[in-house]
Design a protein around this ligand. Structure first.
Ligand code: ZN
Ligand code: FE
Length: 257
């Protein structure tokens, strides 16, 4: 069993603190800020054993070196990226085995936001960093639309009840865009109302689930006729492939205010 709790940091990051059956042994995913993690560990009476890194951006690795110095935690990170501490490099197809915590995660390659971005899947949970957000996806800083669509397809292939722990609370802003693409999607309206009520009470909208995201996330729906029509209307041209539809939606969102 895996228990996951959010450690909010910066303006909209979640650093995910998790443990297995032994609640005293913790792992943290993408600790951009050491202070927030140290406080959360102290408050919960946990010892940090493991750090999982999805990609190299500072809001995800900024606290790694300090946490390693304070706790001696072991670090796993993407084989094709830099992490500011010694780390065990992992790539798609690898497994992260954590016997002392009775946990195990499969590594999935999800390039697109960055060139070497990885996700960690296990115990019904996926930690996907800045690849898949609720109703959105990461910007393409280092990858191509082809790569990102393949990465999102790999995540969408996980079981529908998989809980998705992404690294940012972007849900409401993403939903505004998604409803522009698919105004008639009833799942979008329902999630918008629920998410707005959660945020009004300062409750995270994360985790979401793979099943929900398949029903409403435009970036997982490039093959849906209505999404394709909306992308074509925005492009003013017909779009021949799901990659072309995806690329147009990503461009559209990049300029959306
Ligand atoms: Zn990032
Ligand atoms: Fe980020």
């Amino acid at each position: 069993m895996l228990t996951v709790t959010p450690v909010p940091a910066f303006s909209d990051n979640y650093l995910w603190l998790a443990h297995g059956n032994d609640a005293g042994r913790a792992l943290v995913v993408d600790p951009g800020d050491a202070r927030a993690v140290v406080d959360a560990l102290a408050g919960a009476g946990m010892a940090l054993e493991v750090i999982l890194v999805t990609h190299h951006h500072p809001d995800h690795v900024g606290g790694v070196a300090d946490l390693v110095a304070r706790t001696g935690a072991r670090v796993y990170g993407p084989a094709r990226e830099q992490v500011p501490a010694p780390f065990t490099p992992v790539r798609g197809g690898d497994a992260v085995e954590l016997p002392s915590m009775q946990l195990r995660f499969d590594v999935i390659d999800v390039p697109g936001h960055t060139a070497g971005h990885v996700a960690y899947y296990g115990h019904g949970v996926v930690f996907c960093g800045d690849t898949l957000f609720s109703a959105g996806c990461g910007r393409l800083f280092e990858g191509t639309p082809e790569q990102m669509l393949a990465s999102l397809d790999a995540l969408a292939a996980l079981p529908d009840d998989t809980r998705v722990y992404c690294a940012h609370e972007y849900t409401l802003a993403n939903l505004r865009f998604a409803m522009t693409v698919e105004p008639e999607n009833p799942d979008l309206r329902a999630w918008q109302q629920e998410a707005a009520s959660l945020r009004a009470r300062d409750v995270p909208t994360i985790p979401t689930t793979i099943g929900r995201e398949k029903r409403l996330n435009p970036f997982l729906r490039a093959r849906v006729a209505g999404v394709r029509r909306a992308a074509e209307a925005h492009a003013g041209a017909s779009l021949a492939s799901p990659v072309a539809v995806f690329a147009e939606i990503r461009r559209w969102k990049d300029g959306f205010r």
